[in-house]
Design a protein around this ligand. Structure first.
Ligand SMILES: [Zn+2]
Length: 119
């Protein structure tokens, strides 16, 4: 008979090790995905500022696409009933003055909590 308990212990240790590894992997993956979200938000903000400075013409097809989308948003927003349009009002971040969607609770730029401006 082999060292049953010893093998069991080894097996358990290995399972725990594997589990720790996968927890660690998950943690890292979740951190990366959060960082990517932050990066995307920063990219979006940089993009907005670039467009505000340079207009969309400079960005070729992508610029045209953006302009079409923005025009479509405007058209659709005009179709909204008045009170629903109110809910679409933006919230200005008290921390960094970024415009956030009306239903946002935190600033997309700096993470500051946004006060409810239409109680
Ligand atoms: Zn902010």
């Amino acid at each position: 008979m082999g060292d049953f308990l010893g093998d069991l212990k080894k097996g358990l240790n290995k399972s725990v090790e594997d589990l720790n590894k996968s927890v660690k992997t998950l943690e890292i993956q979740s951190k990366i995905s959060n960082l990517k979200k932050d990066a995307d938000a920063a990219y979006a903000e940089i993009g907005k500022r670039a467009v505000a400075e340079n207009g969309t013409e400079k960005y070729g097809e992508l610029g045209e696409k953006l302009q079409k989308i923005l025009a479509e948003i405007k058209t659709e927003e005009e179709k909204l009933p008045a009170d629903a349009a109110d809910a679409k009002k933006t919230k200005i971040c008290p921390g960094c003055s970024t415009e956030n969607p009306g239903d946002a609770r935190f600033c997309s730029c700096c993470g500051e909590m946004l006060e409810d401006q239409n109680p």
